[in-house]
Design a binder for this molecule. Structure first.
Ligand SMILES: Cc1cc2nc3c(=O)[nH]c(=O)nc-3n(C[C@H](O)[C@H](O)[C@H](O)COP(=O)(O)OP(=O)(O)OC[C@H]3O[C@@H](n4cnc5c(N)ncnc54)[C@H](O)[C@@H]3O)c2cc1C
Length: 401
């Protein structure tokens, strides 16, 4: 089977690696970014323990590689911005191993390295044709404007992120659901005096700061606040004064962590990456099973529990294990859907439910609730219910196979 993977991000790179050496399969990865271009990867992220479990069971070498360039995520702490404690959860109460904290650039580097020889960079998929045998033929634009074709593929995998071109071309543009939230991200590159380390959240009403250290003496900060409608983020919201007012407690000084972050935000307003939060309806395959979607291309979700890249990791690793069976494209697309859709649906529901506090629910009760059952039971399911090869009904596979 000839397989073309569009996008060497999280899901695409893991899928390609998982198919290395699979008999009867010829795999090529097409990536829009040029070699060495990690411009999109300027911040940090946390990966849930379920991402680590998927890597441990399906891609052990990658498990070691990402752990080597990250910090462990042991605790989930949440306070009010004046320092009033709300939650301090040891992840080992609900998981089999810690999650991790990493820079985007390091994650991409660790995932892309083993498949660089299969990857054609500077290939932005733009259009889609069909050959005489009914196979899909992607058309790419290179940085010099040239259009290129590399023949027909039995299966095209859309691993090209939340604005997937393959999805738009085979099923139309998904209609996003806007959550009425602005989310910004900042990587503070010099964090010597930072008074915190592991994952923390700080609430001022429904406005929330989220931050943690990442390797290289850096700190990742994300701010979230409500912004109704689908309007662009107004210029006045992008100022230090506006952001300081959002996250400053009333009638009390900010706790040391929040005071430190407010100063860093003021010092680096131009370095902030601004976005609106939106979800897209889930779609696993199209074009009669000749197009399969993984990661954000299939299931862009709210970032609340850090499950976007985490689910992309589950997708890439599990789809690779299933694809190695060598079934035809339509059969394998249906099999991937049967394993992944219920699981992703669950991850989306719990991520959405956990967004209550940034959507206006009482942050004190809403956060304390997350340290109790039944939420802990849901988190336990999220962090541990990752099927290994045996549960998928597949023979155990060594890394070299
Ligand atoms: C503010 C914010 C914070 C987040 N924080 C976290 C977090 O802490 N933890 C977490 O797990 N997730 C987080 N996420 C979600 C995470 O970013 C995504 O879910 C994840 O990157 C999806 O992986 P992917 O492989 O589907 O796509 P991506 O990693 O986006 O990769 C897509 C790849 O496709 C390439 N591409 C795109 N279009 C084309 C094309 N036309 N042709 C060829 N190549 C193309 C891109 O260059 C890229 O390499 C966050 C998201 C946001 C917006």
């Amino acid at each position: 089977m000839r397989i073309g993977i569009i996008g060497s991000g999280v899901a695409g790179s893991l899928l390609a690696e998982g198919l290395l050496g699979a008999s009867g399969q010829e795999v090529t990865v097409f990536e829009r970014a040029a070699a060495g271009d990690h411009a999109e990867a300027g911040t940090g992220l946390n990966l849930g323990p379920n991402a680590l479990k998927a890597l441990r069971l399906h891609a052990p070498a990658r498990h070691g590689a990402v752990r080597a360039v990250s910090l462990p995520w042991h605790r989930w702490r949440a306070d009010l911005t004046d320092g009033t404690p709300l939650l301090d959860l040891d992840l080992m109460e609900v998981a089999e191993e810690p999650g991790l904290r990493i820079r985007w650039s390091e994650l991409y580097r660790a995932l892309r390295a083993p498949v660089s020889h299969l990857t054609r960079q500077g290939h932005a998929m733009e259009a889609l044709e069909e050959d005489a045998a009914g196979r899909l033929v992607p058309v790419f634009r290179t940085p010099d404007g040239t259009l290129l074709r590399h023949g027909g593929f039995d299966l095209l995998v859309g691993a090209d992120g939340r604005y997937s071109r393959l999805r738009a071309l085979t099923d139309g543009e998904p209609v996003p659901e806007h959550l009425g939230l602005c989310i910004w991200r900042l990587l503070v590159s010099e964090a010597t005096n930072c008074p915190f380390d592991d994952y923390g959240q700080w609430f001022q009403g429904s406005n929330r700061l989220l931050a943690f250290r990442v390797p290289g003496n850096a700190v990742y900060i994300a701010g979230t606040f409500q912004l109704g409608g689908e309007v662009p983020i107004p210029p006045e919201a992008r100022t230090a004064a506006f952001q300081r007012a959002l996250f400053t407690p009333r009638g009390a000084p900010p706790c040391p962590a929040v005071a430190w972050m407010l100063d860093r935000i003021a010092a680096d307003i131009p370095g902030i990456h601004w976005a609106r939060t939106q979800e897209a309806p889930m779609l696993r395959h199209a074009a009669g099973g000749r197009a399969l979607f993984l990661g954000d291309a299939a299931q862009a979700m709210v970032p609340t529990l850090g499950q976007g890249a985490t689910q992309a990791i589950e997708d890439g690793t599990i789809a690779a294990s299933l694809l190695r069976t060598g079934e035809d494209a339509a059969a394998v697309a249906a099999t991937v859907a049967s394993w992944r859709d219920p699981r992703v649906d669950f991850a989306r529901r719990i991520s959405r439910a956990a967004s209550d506090t940034i959507l206006g629910a009482d942050p004190v009760e809403g956060t304390r609730r997350k340290g109790r059952e039944p939420f802990l039971g849901e988190l336990r399911r999220l962090y541990t219910e990752v099927p290994g090869p045996e549960e998928l009904g597949l023979p155990a596979r060594t890394e070299a196979a």
